[in-house]
Design a protein around this ligand. Structure first.
Ligand code: HEM
Length: 143
């Protein structure tokens, strides 16, 4: 091991910003991702691209162990009104993997970054409340 952070091994801020530039352009026209109406309301408007690229770049820099610089929402807050399915998460994950491959990022670094992405799946996808006996308040107060 070189001892370098993933951030450094990915090539630092310029390389990460370059990758996010490619990624977001693909996500904004990805049919599966845009099949989600709430996502399309955002990704369907090209005016959202520059700010979104900035936020996803900063998030990725921090997540890869670079400087703390992400000023945006938590992953739960950013996605909780969007009802994102597991399949839609997979579509985004394919685009991330595809972008890293396209840019020639070595497999070890691809795998390491994808593990970070996968770690956030539960925060991003729709939270389905699981009714467990005895854990939910009765809908109507007992007489
Ligand atoms: C681990 C995976 C993901 C990461 C790291 C990520 C990252 C981000 C970031 C940094 C933001 C900006 C938050 C802010 O406004 O402060 C954001 C917003 C957003 N993300 Fe994600 N995201 C992920 C997965 C997804 C998926 C799977 C979808 C769609 C299928 C998605 C769709 C969106 C949309 C539409 C917004 C904008 C919401 C709005 O402001 O209206 N994201 N995401």
């Amino acid at each position: 091991m070189s001892g370098e952070s993933l951030y450094e091994r990915l090539g630092g801020t310029y390389a990460i910003a370059g990758a996010v530039d490619v990624l977001v352009d693909r996500l904004f026209v990805n049919a599966e991702v845009n099949a989600n109406e709430g996502v399309h309301a955002h990704h369907g408007d090209p005016a959202n691209a520059p700010g979104y690229k900035f936020l996803v770049t900063a998030w990725s820099i921090e997540a890869a162990g670079g400087p703390k610089c992400y000023p945006g929402l938590s992953m739960v807050e950013a996605h909780d009104t969007l009802a994102i399915t597991n399949d839609q998460f997979d579509s985004v994950a394919y685009e991330i993997r595809g972008t890293l491959k396209y840019l020639g990022v070595p497999t070890a670094e691809q795998d390491e970054f994808m593990e970070i992405i996968e770690h956030y799946r539960p925060e991003v996808i729709e939270q389905t409340p699981v009714a467990q006996e005895g854990t939910l308040e009765p809908a109507v107060a007992q007489a």
